[in-house]
Design a protein around this ligand. Sequence first.
Ligand SMILES: *Cc1c(COP(=O)(O)O)cnc(C)c1O
Length: 219
Amino acid sequence: MSLVEIKTRISEAETAAGRPKGSVKLIAVSKVQPNDRVRTVLDAGHRCFGENRVQEAAGKWPDFANDFRDLDLHLIGPLQTNKARQAMELFGNIHSIDRPKLAKTIARLAQEIGACPDLFVQVNTGVEEQKAGILPAEADAFIADCLSMDLPIKGLMCIPPVDEEASLHFALLAKIAKRNGLAGLSMGMSSDFEKAIALGATHVRVGSAIFGARVKPQE
Ligand SMILES: *Cc1c(COP(=O)(O)O)cnc(C)c1O
């Protein structure tokens, strides 16, 4: 478990970028990890975790919530509208707002429930067919629509294409966020979180570098 090492590297990257200490939040991505590894990180005092499946998160976090207070849970994977209510009950943050139908559903449920998680709009910066996210060319209009529905949009999220220089995508995401007046940038994973911090990431999503390789693939 190298939670301490990752925190040190984040802190060094903040300093190198001339950013205040503590300006980057570490989301420990616990998807598919065995519970004992997750518990080790909880025992070390970390409370901020990311999951990419609602179902999987629902199977493990209510139990952990009995033992650990102040959990800060982030949904970082695609969200189907029929799981939106469950996701809103489980997570304090949803990073995968990527289409009008989902935005409308969450706006309606937020009215009904009387609360809404903090939201990030996911942008498909690489314009990849198989990947979730609003296209860069449609991002401004979509963000404006979300804000007009009173959704608490805190920032943008991206997952760069695996075979391209991540920095180009981080810079694009930062540019779209800036022109829309959004402060949050959810970008950077195990292999590139320092580059993301240099380009303004406020949330980095780090899995394998903390927990070790995921032992089984998600089916
Ligand atoms: C799995 C995942 C991560 C973490 O990936 P690592 O390479 O293990 O750090 C980050 N973001 C998303 C959206 C993921 O699905």
